[in-house]
Design a protein. Sequence first.
Length: 354
Amino acid sequence: MSNQKRLGILTSGGDCPGLNAVIRAVLTYAIETHKWEVIGIPYSTQGLAQGQSIPLNTQTLKFRVIDPLLSTGGTILKSINKGSPQEAEILAGYRKLGLDALIAIGGDGSLAILRTLAQKGGWNLVGVPKTIDNDVALTERAVGFDTAVNTVTEALEKLSFTASSHDRVMIVEVMGRTAGHLALNAGIAGGADAILIPEIPYSIEGVCQKINRVREIFDRHHAIVIVAEGARTVSGDSKTYTDPSGEVRLRGIGEYVAQEICHVSKQKLECRVMVLGHIQRGGSPSAFDRLLASEFGKTAVDLVAQEQYDRMVAWQCGKVTSVSLEDVIAKGAALVNPNDSLVQIARALGIYVG
Ligand code: F6P
């Protein structure tokens, strides 16, 4: 069997910082060391269905293009974060490319869709986990999470100054549909007083008690509440809006929490709401995400070289390793366990976690 390979690479799902750094690591290692041919597939399955591909080689990509990929956010291969119904076209598009293997950089949803396609089409698939939600199972870290935690932490710090000047409660709504890892980690790192996540029901009375205690004990007249977009109201409902394309999206829980705090405190607490939105997915990857992306990219190429397919690279106990994609998908999204040590640490520090 020849060692020469024709390798495909794509990014799928919502973007995040560090995707380009994975692409860079895969490209340089596959081209420089293995002398393989690398084909980029734009827009994930949509690109496959439409038969699009980009040859990624030193003729088309000079070092001026490859080097900055380490630090540029987003993805040069573009992405889509909705399922593509054209299964037959996707499978036909893939066949036409004549690839020996495919490296897919995606979150749990994208990796599940791509694995199903891989099984049907006989693709040799290797996954690389990415998501600011950090909810891919069997990996302690996904590419993009660390940068997002840093971005939110910085925002909380900045907001605490203005909150302090006006004795206000600042409610900061962050991403996290079902997983509260981002809110929990950034909430602790950014000094939040209350952290509301989808996995743990909160009580508005509990939040208000915490804010009042801070006033009584520390004579601090401002507070920061971080709330994940998927946190539920007291009655268990989520807050949504319908975008112009008719898609129902999460937004509004921050505003709701603010109104409830004002109501319960009989308007004594003045609130302001900040929805951080896609700034959390923007910017340049942190040093940790660059390192993780580089290790993941290199290891994904190693798996292809060893013909170890249907696997995902993973970060466990401070080291890069690989796990079975089947196991990752069977486990579903990795949510915050209410008994997690980080939840206990937050509570021990006096933070309200709901
Ligand atoms: O999956 C990551 C994520 O950031 C979620 O936390 C968020 O709900 C979603 O993407 C938003 O995606 P978009 O607005 O790009 O469709």
